[in-house]
Write a protein that binds this ligand. Sequence first.
Ligand SMILES: COc1cc(O)cc(C/C=C(\C)CC/C=C(\C)CC/C=C(\C)CC/C=C(\C)CC/C=C(\C)CCC=C(C)C)c1O
Ligand SMILES: C[S@@+](CC[C@H](N)C(=O)[O-])C[C@H]1O[C@@H](n2cnc3c(N)ncnc32)[C@H](O)[C@@H]1O
Length: 307
Amino acid sequence: MLISSLVARSSLVNAPLRLSRFFTQARRVYKEEEPTAPPSPTTEQPGQKYTHFGSKTVLKSTKQKLVGDVFSSVANRYDLMNDVMSLGIHRLWKEHFINKLDAGKRPNSTTPLNFIDVAGGSGDIAFGLLDHAESKFGDNESTMDIVDINADMLKEGEKRAMEQGKYFKDPRVRFLVSNGEVLEEIESDSKDIYTVSFGIRNFTDIQKGLNTAYRVLKPGGMFYCLEFSKIENPLMDLAYQQWAKVLPVMGSMIANDYDSYQYLVESIERFPDQETFKSMIEKAGFKSAGYESLTFGVCAIHWGIKV
Ligand SMILES: COc1cc(O)cc(C/C=C(\C)CC/C=C(\C)CC/C=C(\C)CC/C=C(\C)CC/C=C(\C)CCC=C(C)C)c1O
Ligand SMILES: C[S@@+](CC[C@H](N)C(=O)[O-])C[C@H]1O[C@@H](n2cnc3c(N)ncnc32)[C@H](O)[C@@H]1O
C-alpha cells in the first residue's frame, strides 16, 4: 500500500515527462547491459583492467572520477535525500552503529583515542562518535580525522560543523581529502578506531581499502563498517526491490539527478553479501570479524580487530 501509493503520488508530479524519462532510463540501463559481466570484488585479480560502476563495466582507471562526479552532484542534497529515500531510517542505523561501537576515552584512562572516519563526507558518523564519547564518557580529548576523496562532500561536513558551532576549526578534528584505498597521509599503526559508513561500496578496490584500514590501525584497534548488504527474507527483498525502483525517480524529482540514484541502487546490488564481506575483512588480517544485519539486511554493521 505504502509503496504503491508513493509511486502513484510520484506520478502525479510532471507525470508525462518524469515517468517517460523513468522508463526510457530503465530501458537505457538495461539495453546498455555490458557484454561481459564485470569482475566481482572477490574475483577481481590484480592488474584487472575493468571494474563495475553500478551495473556498468568501466575501465578501472575511470571509476574514481565517475564516483567523484556522483558525489559532487549529490553533495548539496545529501541529507535531504537520505531522509526521503530511507524515510529517516538511516538516522536509526547510524545511531545504532555509534552506540554499538561505544567508543571513547574512559574516565579512568589518561590516553585519548585516535579516530578516523573514512568516506566521512557529511560528518554524520564522525560528529556522532565525538558527541557520544563526550556525553557518555566525558571525553573531549580524543581526535578525529574525517577523510573523504570528494572535497564537495567534505565541504558539507565542514558547513555542518560551522552551523552547529562544534568541531569547526577544532584542533582535535581534521578534514582530509584523501583516497580511502591508500590514506597516504595516515601513519601505519596510528589509529584506535577506523569507521566507514556507506562508503566502501564506492571504492574501486574494496579489498585494498580493507588492507589499508588494517595498516593504519594500532594493534588492538577496531574496524567498524556500516554498509548496504543483502536482505535475507525473499518477501522483504521483493518489497525492497519495489522501493528501490522509486529512488532514481525521487533523485530526479528532488535533486534533478536520476543517474546518481540509479548508481546508488546498482552499487548496492553489486556489493558483496554479509558473509562474503566478512571473509574479505578476515583476508585483510582482521580477527574476530563479525556482522549484524539491520532492517532485514538492507544494511549491516561489520567489524574486526587488528591483533
Ligand atoms: C550515490 O550514492 C548515494 C547518494 C546519496 O544521496 C546517499 C547515499 C547513502 C544512502 C543512504 C544513507 C540511505 C539510502 C536509502 C536507501 C537505499 C533506501 C533504504 C530502504 C529502506 C530503509 C526500506 C527498505 C524496505 C524494505 C526492507 C521493505 C520492508 C518494509 C520496511 C522495512 C518498512 C519501512 C519501509 C520503507 C522505509 C519504505 C548514497 O550512497
Ligand atoms: C554515501 S556517502 C557516505 C557519507 C557518510 N559516511 C555517511 O554515512 O553519510 C559516500 C562517501 O564515500 C566517499 N568516497 C567514495 N569513494 C571513496 C574513496 N575511495 N575514498 C574516500 N572516500 C570515498 C564519497 O565521496 C562520499 O562522500
